[in-house]
Design a protein around this ligand. Structure first.
Ligand SMILES: [Zn+2]
Ligand SMILES: [Zn+2]
Length: 375
């Protein structure tokens, strides 16, 4: 099966986060057909392994996510989604096809030292993120993981273009669930109430004042379900908090809790700020980024990526291993997370060629360094 056929199969049978059962079975079958060893991971993921020569404890992990989104596909192609209301609208089918193609080439061509893991990871789109489940299983224990590599499609970049950014790249995302408990009553008798609506409004202004170049705090849901003459007992607010720096992330959380306590005192209400942990920041290792950029620059168009306030569960790996997350230009039509997203499949070939070369280069570089240490 070619990588494009592999992608079209996944695209036709998309599955939602943590429900990738047929997807995992299909991937496992295809790996078996290539003679590549693999096992199940994080319940609906697949972990492939190809052992090369030399010091096989040195490992590179290539990660592709495999989940789809609850979107009704509107693209008219023969491989359109057969699973009603579910669509590979974030290009994870392309990521998986590129990884499949790279593993196929590494297996067939060999000629590398170390171990390459191919991680087909479930549940990228939903908290707690498949990456956190993968790490909880400690699948790389006993290995020296010298690089964790991931890519993502980018329809705004033409096919044959790769995007890189060293250091901070994508944001952490935490969910805000804030409830203001006051004392409702007749809206005309203010002396008898502890007004949660005013307190919540004040709290919203304080939260949005926390926005900066390095952080986002937004409230997108605000439910004060009273009436013209009724003040409700409670107000519920929900929002998102994003940063590019883990220490800033902790600082903003403290600021939110302090604002909740002070505002509660000011209005005589109680404010519960439940901050639900999302994904960590994606921070790219500078050396790996430089290696990848140099390699790509000789063969393809490359661009410097801007900071993104979107999040990726790849951030979990960044806090554990030297990691690199880059963008694969897929051109085509439509934006990701929309029913019309339709990447140009020629990108798959570019993605395979580059990831294959990058993997081999990283394993070679790592080897030199190790030999230097021995000398
Ligand atoms: Zn997505
Ligand atoms: Zn995605």
């Amino acid at each position: 099966m070619t990588p494009v056929e592999f992608r079209r199969h996944l695209h036709a049978y998309p599955e939602l986060s943590f429900g990738e059962e047929q997807t995992a079975r299909f991937i496992a079958e295809q790996l078996t057909a290539l003679g590549i060893e693999h096992r199940s991971i994080a319940r609906t993921g697949v972990l492939a392994r190809i052992v090369g020569g030399g010091d096989t404890r040195r490992a590179v992990v290539l990660r592709a996510d495999i989940d789809a989104l609850p979107i009704h596909e509107a693209v008219d192609v023969t491989w359109r989604s057969r699973n009603e209301g579910v669509m590979h609208a974030c290009g994870h089918d392309v990521h998986a096809a590129v990884l499949f193609g790279v593993l196929k080439r590494l297996k067939e061509e060999g000629g590398f030292d170390g171990t390459v893991f191919g991680l087909f990871q479930p549940g990228e789109e939903c908290v707690p993120g498949g990456a956190s489940l993968v790490l909880a299983e400690k699948p790389f224990e006993g290995y020296d993981v010298i690089a964790m590599i991931g890519e993502h499609v980018e329809p705004r970049l033409e096919v044959g273009t790769f995007g890189f950014r060293a250091g901070k790249y994508m944001a952490s995302n935490d969910e805000l669930h804030i409830t203001v408990h006051g004392k409702g009553g007749h809206a005309a008798m203010r002396e008898q109430i502890k007004d949660p609506v005013t307190a919540a409004a004040d709290m919203t202004l304080q939260l949005t004042a926390m926005n900066s170049a390095d952080s986002v705090v937004s409230i997108g849901r605000f439910i004060a379900d009273g009436a013209t003459n009724v003040i409700p007992d409670t107000v519920a607010m929900q929002g998102t908090m994003r940063t590019f720096d883990e220490s800033l992330r902790e600082q903003i959380k403290r600021n939110i809790h302090e604002a909740a306590a002070a505002t509660g005192t000011k209005y005589g209400v109680t404010i519960d700020a439940d901050i639900r942990r999302g994904y960590p920041c994606v921070v790219n290792n500078p050396q790996l980024t430089a290696t990848a950029r140099t390699l790509a620059a000789g063969n393809y168009r490359t661009v410097e990526l801007p900071l993104r306030t979107t999040a990726e569960d790849f951030g979990f790996y960044c806090s554990v291993y030297p990691s690199l997350f880059y963008r694969l230009g897929t051109g085509g039509t439509g934006a990701t997370h929309t029913p019309l997203f339709n990447p140009d499949e020629r990108a798959i070939g570019y993605g395979i060629e580059f990831m294959n070369k990058l993997t081999r280069t990283i394993l070679e570089n790592g080897k030199e360094k190790r030999e230097d240490n021995i000398r």
